[in-house]
Design a protein around this ligand. Structure first.
Ligand SMILES: [Zn+2]
Length: 260
């Protein structure tokens, strides 16, 4: 396994990302609507016809069917191929660029979780615990495996501590700040992201948070300036926090000295 080039693993990750992206679309549709992930199999959202396996190939089926259901010809959202492509691209970049290779499965999990929660936050203004809690549990397992592989258990301890501190600190903010300034969902999301980033260093957890605030702040100001949103409108912050966290993962390449 060790002698295979990183390009090989990056391509494997991208293909896996396409398939997982397809599952994330199911998660994005079903979790906020309190539906089971296991049953029933995928249906057309319009006419409820079960989707055949050969019509469920990531991206390709959507292109062949020209974005329409085979049965009722109603449009199938561009979100479906887009989520699949973004997952594949993220997985490829994570495995190709992020070091060490053994931490990349954990980071792919972070990417999948942040992507699905971001789309849900944009559509429904919620960040489901049904995604965030399992992500924290499986994240800890994958980070433990990465530590086992690199014999660096200090990082695992750091991840747990940084995640816990973020959870407590943000919860205090939630209690003392005026209502509506930070949601409990955001608190959970930041804590989960800090767990993963803490494995690299606590500095990347802070950097990710700061990056999310800056990106979100500028975009919100832009939306207000152009009149797209009004002051009283609620703007989901999950996507910005996710951009910050994933951006911070890639900034581990720019600040290798922080990794020590
Ligand atoms: Zn249909």
């Amino acid at each position: 396994m060790k002698h295979l080039p990183v390009e090989f693993w990056a391509i494997v990750a991208a293909v896996f990302g396409l398939l997982l992206g397809s599952f994330l679309n199911v998660v994005i549709y079903r979790v906020p609507n309190q539906m089971s992930l296991a049953k029933p199999r995928s249906l057309c959202p319009s006419c409820k016809t079960p989707i055949k396996a050969y019509d469920n190939i990531p991206v390709i089926s959507w292109l062949i069917l020209k974005g329409e259901c085979r049965n009722c010809k109603k449009a199938i959202s561009f979100q479906y191929p887009l989520v699949e492509l973004i997952t594949a691209a993220l997985f490829f970049c994570i495995v190709y660029f992020i070091k060490p290779l053994s931490v990349t499965p954990a980071i792919c999990l972070l990417a999948a979780a942040t992507l699905s929660t971001s789309v849900i936050d944009l559509k429904y203004m919620k960040l489901p615990t049904k995604i965030l809690y399992p992500t924290a549990v499986f994240g800890l397992i994958l980070l433990a495996l990465a530590s086992f592989n690199t014999h660096d258990y200090k990082r695992l301890l750091m991840a747990a501590i940084v995640g816990a501190i973020a959870a407590v600190l943000l919860f205090v903010f939630f209690l003392i700040l005026p209502p509506g300034s930070i949601g409990l969902g955001d608190v959970r999301l930041i804590a989960v992201q800090s767990l993963f980033l803490g494995w690299f260093s606590w500095k990347f957890a802070i950097l990710g948070f700061a990056l999310g605030i800056v990106v979100g702040g500028f975009l919100t100001l832009g939306l207000l300036a152009f009149g797209v949103k009004k002051m009283k409108d609620k703007i989901p912050f999950g996507p910005f926090l996710s951009i910050g966290a994933l951006g911070s993962v890639f900034l581990t390449l720019a600040f290798p000295v922080w990794l020590r």
